[in-house]
Design a protein around this ligand. Structure first.
Ligand code: AMP
Ligand code: GLY
Length: 425
């Protein structure tokens, strides 16, 4: 029997805790720092996800058998290296392997070297050179801050003026500080996006079922980019033929390439893909589970997540297989008015106790104020539902979401619309 610690406190971590806690191998489960929803199924420990030394002290004191890292920040700070050096099992890539997410330039170099299809690009630290390049290429064009910028360091510029402004903001250090000290400018890719997460022990790759995220704040993919306003799984665009292509042309070469570069990658590798007219291309790699894709994907996982994670750490993933429910799953994010900009906190949330079969309300930004659960972030809840097909999963998720309310809350009403459109064709 095992004691497990999950690091993080968002919707992704709630889904991970929920799934791990169902394992017969799991005896006690902790989450640092967690949130009000996670507190209902785990012991929350008040340590920030970036405070690696305190997390390790806690793991040593409690003799934690398995630590699972949700967000990218502690990975980039080397939490996995520190725990491993102290002899503690931890799920996630090392600091040097996690740089596949932390540096867009490194990701691009690896893709180029190992023949992984991606948009053409150049990187710049000099503003004038970057501006000259943008003017030569013309719009539409994509400008990305090189480092971590919480999913918000990407500007898909439809006009030259927008592209110039983005370069100006990032290389003048106004928008993202150190994360923007270098920019990657890349070719605009037209197509449909799909996210594919895979477990890997650095050799074997086991892809999960596909998912699609909704990054824009408002219906019809309008408004600013966010961390993700909803997700669904499976993505119909991701046919079995495409899955083969992605495994052999993207995921396996990325894992093999990282290993060849001395960056043995263990954990979840997330490939953000664009399905274009001339094949699949990588938009980005992330070094962790996606949020909110994970809520939809783990809702469909039948296999024991603890067993899979241990096999990743021990390097025995070749002996494992993933089993999935055939159902579809949808996650609708309820966010606070103003998100992804400024928003209020502390509004009491009603309707959380209602229950519907096959729906799960994963908490993202919630906290307790006395006995009450209140909003405590931009993305507050991820209302997730399973159904026989996408239509049923969507209906269930909105039925459940519509019972929940707090001042200023909003959600997109069109999560899953692309899957429905495709199904109707
Ligand atoms: P990223 O963080 O790199 O995935 O970028 C965030 C979002 O920007 C992606 O989910 C896409 O919607 C969009 N995006 C990124 N790169 C490109 C590209 N080369 N062409 C078109 N859209 C892109
Ligand atoms: N949903 C996108 C991400 O987790 O990066």
């Amino acid at each position: 029997m095992m004691k497990i610690l999950v690091v993080g406190g968002g919707g992704r971590e709630h889904a991970i805790v929920w799934k791990l806690a169902q394992s017969p191998l799991c005896d006690e489960i902790y989450c640092a720092p967690g949130n009000a929803g996670i507190a209902q199924i785990a012991d929350c420990v008040n340590i920030p996800a970036e405070d690696i030394d305190s997390l390790l002290d806690f793991a040593q004191a409690e003799d934690i058998d398995l630590t699972v890292v949700g967000p990218e920040a502690p990975l980039s700070l080397g939490i996995v290296d520190k725990f491993t050096a102290a002899g503690r099992k931890i799920f996630g890539p090392s600091q040097s392997a996690a740089l596949i997410e932390g540096s867009k330039e490194l990701a691009k170099q690896i893709m180029e070297k190992y023949g992984i299809p991606t948009a053409k690009y150049q990187s710049f630290t000099d503003k004038e050179q970057a501006l000259a390049y943008v003017r030569k290429q013309g719009a539409p064009i994509v400008v990305k801050a090189d480092g971590l910028a919480a999913g918000k360091g990407v500007v898909v510029a439809e006009t030259l003026a927008e592209a110039e402004q983005a370069v100006e903001d990032m290389l003048s250090g106004n928008a993202f500080g150190a994360a923007g000290a270098k920019v990657v400018i890349e070719e605009f890719l037209a197509g449909e996006e799909v996210s594919v997460l895979a477990f890997t022990d650095g050799h074997t790759v086991l892809p999960m079922v596909s998912a699609q995220d909704h990054k824009r704040a408002f219906d019809g993919d309008k408004g600013p980019n966010t961390g993700g306003m909803g997700a669904y799984s499976p993505a119909p665009v991701y046919t079995p033929a495409l899955a083969e292509e992605v495994l052999h042309k993207v995921l396996q070469p990325a894992v093999d390439g990282l290993r060849a570069e001395g960056r043995l990658y263990k954990g979840v590798l997330y490939a953000g893909l664009m399905v274009t007219a001339d094949g699949v291309k990588v938009l980005e790699f992330n070094a962790r589970f996606g949020d909110p894709e994970t809520q939809a994907v783990l809702a469909r996982l039948k296999s024991d997540l603890v067993e899979i994670m241990l096999a990743v750490i021990d390097g025995t993933l070749a002996e494992k297989q993933l089993e999935w429910y055939d159902d579809a799953a949808v996650c609708v994010v309820i966010a606070s008015g103003g998100y992804p900009g400024h928003y209020a906190k502390g509004q009491p949330i009603s309707g959380l106790d209602d229950d519907l079969p096959d729906t799960y309300v994963f908490h993202a930004g919630t906290a307790y104020a006395g006995q009450k659960i209140v909003a405590n972030g931009g993305r507050v809840l991820g209302v997730t539902a399973r159904g026989a097909d996408i239509r049923q999963a969507i209906d269930r998720a909105y039925q459940r979401a519509d019972r929940i309310h707090y001042e200023g809350c909003f959600c997109r009403r069109d999560i899953g619309h692309r899957a429905l459109e495709r199904g109707n064709k």
